[in-house]
Design a protein around this ligand. Structure first.
Ligand code: SAM
Length: 257
């Protein structure tokens, strides 16, 4: 394979900085663990994971990279799957953790694929665009707080760990990256995840409008229940959707069930 091989359509920016690679690998205690990697690329991170983990299952969409990896990594604990991660059946991977430097253009789809299968996973380390890391780990009331924050915090506790300069990659991306740590919640309210996520999406449909304006277009809007919710939570009628905490969103969701 050509040294400069990289396909834009698969978001291929390969990590080359050994110090950064080691720093990422050390964010999880990999010893004896079963790990999933999404997009192993040329295997730089995979090799470090394999030094500690019990097994590494890697999903790589690009068959040219799979051919390369088969020659590059000869290890019985390395299970390489030439498949689009977004189409993969994850039900058989119970008790796995995930570590991956993923393509930016499918970050949200990957996150929600993981959340759909949340009970299978424990800890997840992902490299994402810095802006996404800031949105996902934002606090209520801040400008970055939005539907991605609320939806993610329904499933997990998310922390931004550190940033990575574009210089650590070849080819260099145009943006700064960040590593985030996602710890799946073992206990969460018993509600329909899909319905809650689409409710949250609705609440943030028009960020610049008041929350109540977004709510009014929902079916099952009950003025009395909503007024009661606002009073109970000491909320002014003019609040924007980015003010409410996750627990308040749970309470509000109940007003529509
Ligand atoms: N992990 C490698 C590294 O750090 O150098 C490569 C990272 S590169 C940003 C993203 C990788 O994901 C590429 O190898 C790309 O081919 C692969 N990829 C892109 N879309 C994918 C998908 N839907 N499923 C699995 N792998 C994918």
């Amino acid at each position: 394979m050509n040294k400069n091989y990289a396909l834009k359509r698969f978001g291929q920016n390969f990590l080359q900085d050994e110090t950064v690679l080691k720093k990422i690998a050390s964010t999880l205690d990999l010893k004896g663990k079963n790990i999933i990697e999404i997009g192993p690329g040329k295997g730089a991170l995979s090799k470090l994971i394999l030094q500690e983990a019990k097994q590494l299952v890697a999903f790589e969409i690009d068959y040219n990279l799979c051919d390369f990896l088969k020659l590059e990594i000869k290890n019985n604990n390395f299970i390489l799957i030439n498949e689009d991660f977004l189409k993969a059946d994850l039900s058989k991977y119970k008790g796995y953790s995930i570590m991956a430097n993923i393509p930016y253009n499918i970050t949200t789809s990957i996150l929600f694929k993981i959340f759909e299968n949340n009970q299978n996973f424990d800890e997840i380390i992902l490299m994402v665009q810095k802006e996404v890391a800031e949105r996902i780990s934002a606090i209520p009331g801040s400008t970055n707080y939005g539907k991605l924050t609320v939806s993610s915090s329904h499933f997990a506790e998310v922390k931004k760990l550190f940033d990575i300069s574009p210089k650590a990659f070849f080819p260099s991306p145009k943006v700064t990256s960040s590593i985030i740590h996602i710890k799946i919640k073992k206990v969460k309210p018993i509600i329909d995840d899909t319905e809650f996520l689409s409710f949250v999406k609705f609440c943030f449909a028009m960020r610049r409008k008041t929350l109540i304006n977004n709510l009014k277009v929902q079916k099952n809007f009950d003025e009395q229940k909503i007024t009661h919710f606002y009073l109970e939570n000491n909320l002014n009628k003019d609040v924007r959707p980015q003010i409410l905490t996750l627990n308040q969103y749970y309470e509000l969701f109940k007003c529509f069930s």
